[in-house]
Design a binder for this molecule. Structure first.
Ligand code: FE2
Length: 319
């Protein structure tokens, strides 16, 4: 059985193909705003323009034709409405044209499942770190249904870094630039907020921006990054001790940050817990994870969607 997945929750339009044992292809296009944050309408226009060529590349790399796809799937939420509609529209068209079932996938669920599959873990604690979300999650035997043990009380950690990059007026206002500057900075103390297994980042952002005239951009980036990651690590360690899980997966866009991975890995080693992080390709938003999870969803009851609705605010514990 072959499943094609379309991802379009935010700046990435991705198309992937999976046969259940392997992700056969994983192609994407990316909307890159320079100084401004992501403008949903512009991102959606970008996705609509390139979805056809991304689809063609994904199909050709997988070595299959569209008529050989058994199931079509798409990111149904959470995400930006305008962007979600492009992926939903494209997959509805394909499923109707080829007369094949269509399944919806929760974007966060896809990040968790693709990591668990690639890392061959059974029942991990998930530390899900992305632009819009930062959550500590456990599943029933590692899968559905999921519970959120802790989460950000305001903005996602990726959003914190993107916002900081904009406040510091970087040429390319993106969290990855914050990580580059942080490598050359010196730490100074900033507000640190952990409440049980929850954490918060907006006070940290406000306090850091206030230091703009007094401290170097390198020092601000280093201090914000160290503080935010320490918050995530402290809450994750508490969740590990409480849940007694013996494996930990970090996933989502910010899991591409080597510093966060090193901190979590060290904390896992101290607690005799197995640590895992998938390749960057699968932590960035991608269609491969949607295809993989779409196939899992379909195999559960072999039923496609009767009615297609996107859900911008679909939480992992509502899946
Ligand atoms: Fe994501």
């Amino acid at each position: 059985m072959i499943c094609l997945g379309i991802e379009s929750t935010a700046h990435t339009i991705g198309v992937g193909v999976s046969n259940g044992k392997k992700v056969l292809s994983n192609d994407k296009g990316m909307y890159k705003p320079v100084k401004e944050g992501i403008v949903p309408r512009k991102a959606a226009e970008h996705h609509a323009q390139v979805v056809g060529e991304v689809l063609e590349r994904a199909i050709s790399k997988a070595g299959v034709s569209l008529s050989e796809i058994d199931v079509f799937s798409f990111s149904q939420g959470p995400g930006l409405g305008a962007c979600l509609k492009i992926g939903a529209g494209a997959s509805v068209y394909l499923s109707q044209k080829f007369g094949k079932p269509l399944v919806g996938v929760n974007h966060c669920h896809a990040h968790l499942e693709i990591s668990r599959f690639l890392l061959k873990m059974k029942d991990p604690l998930y530390v899900y770190v992305s632009g819009g979300n930062t959550q500590i999650i456990v599943g029933k035997k590692g899968g559905l249904p999921f519970s959120v043990l802790g989460e950000t009380l305001d903005i996602g950690v990726g959003n914190l870094f993107d916002s900081l990059a904009r406040e510091l007026e970087f040429e390319y206002a993106h969290g990855s630039e914050v990580a580059k500057l942080a490598a050359r900075g010196k730490y100074f103390e900033l507000p640190y907020t952990v409440k049980g297994m929850n954490f918060a980042f907006s006070g940290l952002l406000t306090a850091a921006v206030r230091e703009k005239e007094k401290k170097s951009a390198e020092d601000i980036c280093k201090s914000v990054m160290d503080t935010a990651f320490a918050e995530v690590c402290e809450a994750s360690e508490r969740a590990l001790l409480m849940s007694k899980k013996k494996e930990l997966i970090v996933c989502g866009g910010v899991a591409q940050n080597a510093q966060l991975c090193a901190h979590l890995k060290e904390m896992c080693e101290e607690n005799s817990v197995k640590f895992g992080v998938a390749l960057n390709e699968f932590n960035a938003d991608n269609g491969g994870m949607i295809a993989h999870t779409g196939m899992m969803n379909y195999l559960k009851d072999k039923k496609g969607l009767k009615e297609v609705r996107i859900n911008q605010y679909w939480r992992i514990d509502e899946v």
